[in-house]
Write a protein that binds this ligand. Structure first.
Ligand SMILES: Cc1cc2nc3c(=O)[nH]c(=O)nc-3n(C[C@H](O)[C@H](O)[C@H](O)COP(=O)(O)OP(=O)(O)OC[C@H]3O[C@@H](n4cnc5c(N)ncnc54)[C@H](O)[C@@H]3O)c2cc1C
Length: 505
């Protein structure tokens, strides 16, 4: 046993540390199929104090540390970059610490999943507003805050999950423990507000992709779930990308508060129906684009007024057909709101085919821009037909280029889930490397293409954090500022070493 292992074992006890080869390999990937990095040691810490001690040892030994929540990052963010380091599995820290029902603030350990937290809150008729990401049944609160996650329901009304952040407890890369917001006043008994007591230091850790500190405790605003809700689904028979973008835009211009609004392109509707994912649309004669909204209200009058306003916008468009009110009649909006479809949908999409390899380009972009980006992706597909053909020949399935669900988020922006979905249906082992090589080349190419549309990445992980630097997308002054903040907080580049290429890698 190495001296380092011994020191770490003394901190957490032998039950919660391992360097077993199988365990190390099981933590070497996230949900993308291509990026791998095998950690040397896995630790499941119990609290901030243990993490602080671990980080102090890592600094003495100059060993990188990678925090991991649910491991759902699509860009390889919660596994090592290269084969090295200590992986911190945060999922043991999953306690709900306090619900302040007077001030509507919940405090949890950062490894708690969005599913667990919202199940707990539902007993009090409360919810987190934005329900975290679509992966919320497994993804952690700490991972969501580290990504600025959106998507698991409610983000048209509440925005990204970082919008409801009140306070963070963070272990800095050198081992000091701090609290942000109201807790920066040591006389404050409990978290109540994010802003004040100086600059918004919580912001430094929001969307940081795990590079600035390890989040250990998170306080979030929670909200009473309104009593009334309505949900409608529409078939957009022509020009569905353009029409959906017009609808999103008009909703915002008219100031109508929707809880969720989503567009699902024709291709996903078609392929999803073939794969049995959308039984509610099996009977649709024309499998075209789908648009749906969900709304909430505190009275029947308010609900009716909002529904009428929305119907006016949507049904005024040409060739739009409203589907029936029940889930069995095609109303996916009802399933999305009432049956936690907001989490199930994404988990289902990821498992649509055996050997599916989603190489995504998930980003934020203004409503007005996504039809143009989707048209350009069609063009990208044509330009890369030779490589795509090679994969088709080996696997028997043609990779799919396009978008997944497009979701209205804060302001006049959407979360655009797009990219290139490939396959790895190997007939024999000899093609693994070839498929991986082509997939990686195509993935990088599609990501660069989408970046050049000026989009905003929020989940960056290994792939996007390094690519932004490699293709020179960051303005120099911005990158230098980010680098000097990182060097001040983390002089040995311990935390998530390799991301954003701050070192010589
Ligand atoms: C099926 C599926 C659906 C998805 N849907 C969405 C969606 O709708 N919206 C969306 O935004 N994303 C989505 N994602 C991506 C991803 O699941 C989310 O971004 C999620 O928030 C990640 O949480 P996690 O706990 O799995 O984080 P991980 O993948 O474990 O980690 C994410 C990043 O945060 C860091 N990190 C994790 N915990 C901590 C901590 N406590 N302190 C410091 N750093 C930490 C890691 O180092 C890593 O960089 C989806 C992924 C899948 C597989």
């Amino acid at each position: 046993m190495s001296e380092l292992y011994q020191k770490l074992e003394n901190i957490v006890s032998d039950q919660f540390i391992s360097d077993n080869e199988y365990i190390r390999h099981s933590y070497s990937r996230n949900v993308d199929p291509l990026l791998q990095g095998v950690p040397d040691i896995i630790i499941r810490p119990k609290d901030a104090k243990e993490i602080s001690e671990i980080l102090k040892v890592a600094n003495q030994e100059k060993i990188p540390v990678y925090p991991r929540g649910g491991g759902d990052c699509e860009f390889g963010g919660s596994k090592p970059i290269g084969n090295n380091g200590i992986l911190l599995d945060m999922k043991r820290m999953n306690k709900i610490i306090n619900l302040d029902t007077k001030n509507l603030i919940v405090t949890v350990e950062a490894g708690t999943s969005w599913g667990k937290l919202n199940e707990y809150l539902s007993d009090f008729d409360l919810y987190t507003g934005c329900m975290g990401p679509g992966s919320g049944m497994t993804a952690s609160i700490g991972g969501g805050i580290s990504h600025h996650s959106v998507g698991g329901g409610g983000c048209a009304k509440y925005g990204a999950c970082t919008n409801q952040l009140v306070s963070l407890e963070v272990v800095l890369p050198t081992g000091e423990i701090i609290e942000t917001g109201s807790q920066a006043n040591k006389y404050s008994e409990y978290p109540f507000n994010r802003f004040g007591n100086g600059p918004d230091l919580a912001g430094l850790f929001c969307g940081d992709n795990g590079i600035m500190g390890v989040k250990t405790r998170v306080s979030l605003q929670v909200f009473p779930r309104p009593t009334f809700a309505n949900y409608k689904t529409f078939l957009l028979e022509r020009k569905s990308a353009e029409i959906s973008s017009e609808i999103f835009s008009e909703i915002r211009k008219m100031g109508i508060e929707v809880y969720d609004a989503m567009y699902i392109m024709d291709l996903v509707v078609n392929v999803g129906c073939q794969q049995g994912l959308f039984p509610m649309w099996d009977d649709l004669k024309r499998k075209k684009g789908i648009f749906f909204y969900t709304i909430e209200a505190n009275s029947e009058e308010e609900l009716e007024a909002k529904t009428n306003q929305l119907d006016q916008i949507i049904l005024n468009k040409r060739k739009v057909q409203e589907l029936g009110p029940e889930i069995s009649e095609g109303n996916i909006a009802k399933w999305h709101y009432e049956e936690q479809g907001h989490w199930q949908m994404y988990h289902n999409l990821w498992g649509m085919f055996p050997a599916l390899e989603p190489l995504t380009a998930e980003c934020f972009t203004p409503i007005s821009t996504y039809p143009r980006i989707l048209t350009d992706l069609d063009q990208w597909d044509i330009e890369h037909n030779d490589d795509i053909q090679k994969i088709t020949e080996i696997t028997g399935q043609r990779p799919i280029t396009g978008s997944g669900p497009i979701l209205l988020i804060d302001g006049c922006n959407v979360e655009l889930t797009c990219g290139f979905t490939s396959f790895s249906a190997y007939h024999n082992g000899k093609y693994h490397d070839l498929i991986d090589e082509i997939n990686e080349k195509l993935w990088k190419s599609v990501l660069e293409r989408v970046t050049r549309h000026g989009v905003q990445w929020y989940m960056m992980g290994d792939m996007m954090s390094r690519m932004m630097v490699e293709i020179g997308a960051y303005p120099e002054a911005f990158y230098n500022l980010m680098k000097s903040v990182k060097q001040t907080l983390d002089p040995n580049l311990i935390l998530s070493r390799g991301k954003f290429k701050f070192g010589n890698d």
